[in-house]
Write a protein that binds this ligand. Structure first.
Ligand SMILES: *[C@@H]1O[C@H](CO)[C@@H](O)[C@H](O)[C@H]1NC(C)=O
Ligand SMILES: *[C@@H]1O[C@H](CO)[C@@H](O)[C@H](O)[C@H]1NC(C)=O
Ligand SMILES: *[C@@H]1O[C@H](CO)[C@@H](O)[C@H](O)[C@H]1NC(C)=O
Ligand SMILES: *[C@@H]1O[C@H](CO)[C@@H](O)[C@H](O)[C@H]1NC(C)=O
Length: 788
C-alpha cells in the first residue's frame, strides 16, 4: 500500500432544450424547473433562519476524514433533521467506490455526437450516485475545454468545440439531475493545463503561485464561458472554481468571474464550490462569490495538514464585518436550495453507503482503525453495462477503411497485437500512471473509477472468433512486437488487429502525440508482415498517426476511453453488429505542430518569481479546426469526420425559415437578476435551417449532419473564425431511407461578443451556412442576411 504521501497526492487530485428533430426530453421544462426552484428557495430560507453561527460556518465548510465517507462532506445537523451532504468525484464513474460502473469518458461521449445517448449516460451516472446516497456528482467537465492538445484532463471533458461541449453539458446535466442528483459543472475557468495548475512550495517553503490564464473578454465569452452558459441554462446547481489564477487572481477568489460573469451575467442561482485546496483566502473569496470551500477542516486522523480558510474563521469574519450576515445566509441558501429542489431532503433519499470509507482508505493508502467492522458495498450498477457497451460502439470513429476491409467477414486466422488488447495485469483500478500490459478504459486521477470487471479486446475477440471456429493468435508485449519478433505466430494471420493506448491523468500533461509504448514501431512492424492491418486506439486524447498512410494499414478506429465494456464495444464495430457513427470531436493535424498550443512548462523570467507562471491565450478563438481553417492547413482527419459502412448524402437544398420577422442587432433588454442562462433573449430561436439526408448505401446506419456558420468578415472583429459549428443531429437511416433534419439557431448562435458594447451582437451582412458530414465536407450551402 502507499503511504500518507500518496494519500495526500490523491486527495489533492481534485475531488476532484431540446435540439431540433428528435432529442431527449428533460423531466422538467424550464418553467417547471423555475417554479420548483422558487419553492426550494423558500425551504432553504426557512432552514437558514434556524441556524446559529457555528452551524452556519459548518454549512459552508467541508469536512474530510475517515469518519466521513465521501471526498467532500457537509456534516449533519441532527436537531434540524438535516442529514448532511455527500460530494463524490465523477465525471466518468463514482470514484473511490466499489460495485459501480465505469462509463465511457466525456471525450468518448462527445465522439457519439448523440444527445440522447449522452443524456442516458448522465442519467445512469446520476442513478448510481443516488443509489449510493451521493448528493453531488462532481461533474460534468467543460474546463479544460481542450485548448492544449496534450492537456492531461481533456478526456474528462468533451471537445475543444464549445458548441459541442455546451450541448453535451446540457444533456449530461439534465440526465444527472433527472436522476435526483446535483451536478457540479467544473472547472471554472481557464484550467486548460495541469502543469503548475495550483500553487507549489519549494523545499524551503517558498510559495510559487499557480499559473495565470490570461484570457481576453471576447475569447472568454465565445469559447471558454460558452459551455458554462449552457450548463447554467440547463440548471446545473453547482459550479466548481478551478485551481489556476485567472488574469492574476485565483479563480476561487476572482469576483470578475464568480460574481460578475457567473452569477450576474449568466444568472447562476446555485453555489460555487472550490476545487479541493483551491481556496486561498477567507473573506476575499467569500466576497468574490465562493459559497462553499472544500475539502474543509482538519480531522482527527490528520488527513489535512492545513486548517480551512472558512470553518472556525467564519464567526470572526462576521464579527469584524469582513463578511456580512446577508452574504453568509446567501451562501447557505445557495447550498441548500438544490438539496430541496432535487428532493434530497425526502425520507426515501438513500443513506450514504458507509462502505465508501473502505474505498476512500484503499485509494488513499490508509488503514482504518483495527476492528472497524467490514461493511459490504451497495451494488448500484443495475443494467448500465448496456448503455456503456452501446456508447463505446457508437463513439468509435472509423478513420480509414480501405477496400472495405471492415466489417470483418469471418476471417479464420486473426492476429491480435499490442499491450492494449490484453487483460489488465496490475489490478482493475488505474491510478495516476500507466500500466504496461492491459487495455485502457479510463484515465487517471480523481476522475477515474474502480472496475468490477473489464472486458478486454482480446477476451471479446476470442469469444466472437469461437462462435465460428476461427483461430486467434496474439502477441501482447509491445517490446516483443517492437523488436520485430513474430516467431510465435504461424501461420500468418489473415487480418492483424493492433491495439494501442495513450494514458493521461489529472496532475500532469501529456508530452508526446504518438500513442504510448513504442506504438509507431509496433504498427510499422505488424504492417510490414501483414497487408491487412487494422489499428485501434484507446486514447485519452489526440494522437498523431505517423502510420496512417501506410498502405498495409487498411483501417483505423479511434475508440477513445470506452469504459468497462471496451472489448464488447469494439467487437460490435469490427464485425459489423454496429455500423460506426462516431465523429471526431477534435482535429487530427497532419503534423502536430500545425495545431499545437504548447502547455507552458516554465515560469516567465521575471522579477517576481512567485507569480511568474503565465499563460496568455493570445490565439484567441483560434483553437483546433478554427485555427486550421484560418490558416488554411489541411489536417490528416478533420473535426467532425468519421466513416461508416454505408454512405450518406445531403440530398436536399438548405431551407431557411425565419422565426422572427425583424432581427435586431442586440437582444432585447431584460431586467436583472437574470434567470439561469442570462438574458433569455439570447436563447430565442431566430432561424430554422433544414435539409434532407439520405442513406445512399446498402447497410443501415447512423450519421451526423453538421451545420457550420460563417460570419461576414467585414462585419466582425479580427480573429473571427472562418466557420463555427452551430448545429448537429444524429440520425439513423435504413438503406435508401431519407429524412429531414432541422437545426434551430438561437440569437447567441448567430452573434459575436462585442467587447465595446459588452453585448452579443448579430452582425450585418451575409452569413454563410453549410450542412455537411464534417468541418471540411462540401455539403450544401446557402447564404442569408439576418438583419434588415
Ligand atoms: C449551535 O447549535 C449546536 C447544535 O446543533 C450547538 O452544539 C452549538 O453549541 C450552538 N452554537 C452556538 C454558538 O450557539
Ligand atoms: C482579463 O483581462 C483581459 C485583458 O485585460 C480583459 O479583456 C478581460 O475582460 C479580463 N477578464 C476578466 C474576467 O477579468
Ligand atoms: C521501444 O522499443 C525499443 C526497441 O525494441 C526498446 O529498446 C524500448 O525499451 C521500447 N520502449 C518502450 C517504452 O517500450
Ligand atoms: C420590420 O421592419 C420593417 C422595415 O424596417 C418594418 O416596416 C416592419 O414594420 C417591421 N416589422 C415588424 C413586425 O416589426
Amino acid at each position: 500500500m502507499f503511504g500518507l504521501g500518496a494519500l495526500l497526492l490523491i486527495i489533492q487530485f481534485s475531488a476532484g432544450a431540446l435540439g431540433a428533430g428528435t432529442g431527449f426530453r428533460a423531466r422538467r421544462s424550464d418553467a417547471e424547473r423555475n417554479e420548483a426552484w422558487e419553492a426550494a428557495v423558500v425551504k432553504a430560507n426557512a432552514f437558514v433562519a434556524q441556524l446559529n453561527v457555528t452551524e452556519k460556518a459548518n454549512m459552508v465548510t467541508g469536512k474530510l476524514g475517515l469518519d466521513t465517507p465521501c471526498i467532500g462532506n457537509i456534516i449533519p445537523i441532527p436537531r434540524l433533521n438535516f442529514k448532511g451532504l455527500c460530494l463524490l468525484d465523477g465525471p466518468t464513474a463514482m470514484n473511490r467506490a466499489d460495485l459501480v460502473s465505469v462509463f465511457p469518458a466525456g471525450l468518448t461521449a462527445a465522439a457519439t455526437w448523440d444527445k440522447d445517448l449522452i443524456y442516458e449516460r448522465g442519467k445512469a451516472l446520476g442513478e448510481e450516485f443516488k443509489a449510493k446516497g451521493g448528493h453531488v456528482m462532481l461533474g460534468p467537465v467543460a474546463g479544460p475545454l481542450g485548448r492544449h492538445q496534450l492537456g492531461g484532463r481533456n478526456w474528462e471533458g468533451f471537445s475543444p468545440d464549445p458548441y459541442l461541449t455546451g450541448l453535451a453539458m446540457q444533456a449530461t446535466i439534465h440526465g444527472i439531475q433527472d436522476a435526483g442528483v446535483q451536478s457540479c459543472s467544473k472547472h471554472f475557468i481557464g484550467n486548460e493545463q495541469e502543469t503548475q495548475r495550483s500553487n507549489s512550495f519549494s523545499p524551503d517553503s517558498k510559495e510559487t503561485q499557480a499559473i495565470s490564464a490570461n484570457i481576453d473578454d471576447r475569447t472568454m465569452h465565445e469559447l471558454y464561458l460558452w459551455p458554462f452558459a449552457d450548463a447554467v441554462k440547463a440548471g446545473t446547481v453547482s459550479v466548481m472554481c478551478s485551481y489556476n489564477r485567472m488574469n492574476q487572481t485565483y479563480a476561487c477568489e476572482n469576483p470578475e468571474i464568480l460574481n460578475r460573469l457567473l452569477k450576474e451575467e449568466l444568472g447562476f442561482p446555485g453555489y460555487v464550490v472550490s476545487d479541493w485546496f483551491a481556496t486561498h483566502s477567507g473573506a476575499k473569496s467569500i466576497n468574490a462569490g465562493l459559497d462553499l470551500t472544500m475539502p474543509g477542516v482538519k480531522d482527527i486522523v490528520g488527513l489535512l495538514t492545513q486548517d480551512s480558510w472558512f470553518g472556525g474563521n467564519i464567526p470572526t469574519m462576521i464579527q469584524d464585518g469582513s463578511i456580512s450576515d446577508e452574504r453568509l445566509d446567501d451562501m447557505i441558501r445557495r447550498v441548500m436550495t438544490p438539496y430541496y429542489f432535487l428532493d434530497q431532503d425526502k425520507e426515501d433519499f438513500p443513506t450514504v453507503d458507509q462502505s465508501l470509507v473502505f474505498t476512500l482508505a484503499a485509494s488513499s493508502g490508509l488503514s482504518l482503525p483495527a476492528g472497524t467492522p467490514i461493511i459490504a458495498a451497495r451494488d448500484v450498477r443495475a443494467d448500465h453495462a448496456e448503455v456503456i457497451r452501446k456508447m463505446g460502439a457508437e463513439a468509435t470513429v472509423l478513420l480509414k477503411n480501405v477496400d472495405s476491409i471492415l466489417p470483418l467477414r469471418k476471417p479464420m486466422n486473426i492476429g491480435v497485437f499490442g499491450n492494449d488488447a490484453a487483460e489488465p495485469t496490475e489490478g482493475l483500478t488505474f491510478p495516476s500512471f500507466a500500466f504496461e500490459i492491459g487495455t485502457l478504459t479510463i484515465g487517471g486521477g480523481s476522475g477515474t473509477g474502480r472496475h468490477t470487471y473489464i472486458v478486454s479486446p482480446l477476451e471479446a475477440i476470442k469469444a466472437r472468433a469461437r462462435e465460428y471456429g476461427a483461430r486467434v493468435q496474439h502477441v501482447l508485449h509491445n517490446t516483443v512486437v517492437a523488436r520485430n519478433d513474430f516467431t510465435g505466430i504461424y501461420p500468418p494471420p489473415d487480418v492483424c488487429l493492433v491495439f494501442l493506448n495513450t494514458f493521461a491523468s489529472e496532475g500532469y500533461d501529456r508530452s508526446v502525440w504518438e500513442a504510448d509504448w513504442n506504438s509507431t514501431q509496433v504498427v510499422d512492424n505488424v504492417a510490414s508482415h501483414c497487408p491487412n492491418t487494422i489499428v485501434v486506439t484507446h486514447s485519452a486524447g489526440i494522437n498523431s498517426m505517423p502510420w496512417a498512410n501506410n498502405p498495409n494499414v487498411k483501417a483505423i478506429l479511434a475508440a477513445h476511453l470506452p469504459g468497462q465494456e471496451s472489448g464488447n464495444s469494439i467487437v460490435d464495430v469490427l464485425w459489423g453488429a454496429v455500423n460506426p457513427s462516431g465523429k471526431l470531436p477534435y482535429s487530427i493535424a497532419a503534423n502536430p505542430a500545425d495545431c499545437d498550443i504548447p502547455v507552458v512548462t516554465a515560469p516567465r523570467p521575471s522579477a517576481d518569481s512567485a507569480t511568474a507562471w503565465q499563460s496568455d491565450f493570445t490565439e484567441g478563438l483560434l483553437i483546433d479546426y478554427r485555427h486550421l481553417d484560418a490558416r488554411n492547413i489541411t489536417p490528416l482527419y478533420e473535426f467532425g469526420f468519421g466513416l461508416s459502412y454505408t454512405a450518406f448524402a445531403v440530398s436536399g437544398k438548405l431551407e431557411i425559415e425565419r422565426l422572427v420577422a425583424n432581427i435586431s442587432a442586440v437582444p432585447a433588454t431584460f431586467e436583472k437578476p437574470y434567470p439561469p442562462g442570462g438574458n433569455p433573449a439570447l436563447w430565442t430561436p431566430l432561424l430554422k435551417i433544414s435539409t434532407t439526408v439520405k442513406n445512399t448505401g446498402s447497410v443501415a446506419g447512423a450519421t451526423v449532419p453538421q451545420l457550420y456558420l460563417s460570419m461576414p468578415k467585414e462585419a466582425t472583429p479580427v480573429g473571427t473564425p472562418p466557420q463555427v459549428l452551430r448545429g448537429f443531429e444524429k440520425v439513423f437511416l435504413e438503406p435508401g431511407e431519407e429524412t429531414t433534419v432541422g437545426f434551430e439557431l438561437m440569437r447567441r448562435d448567430v452573434s459575436f461578443w462585442d467587447v465595446g458594447a459588452q453585448e452579443w451582437v448579430v452582425p450585418p451582412g451575409t452569413m454563410g451556412l453549410r450542412v455537411g458530414f464534417s468541418s471540411r465536407d462540401q455539403g450544401v450551402r446557402r447564404t442569408v442576411g439576418l438583419r434588415v
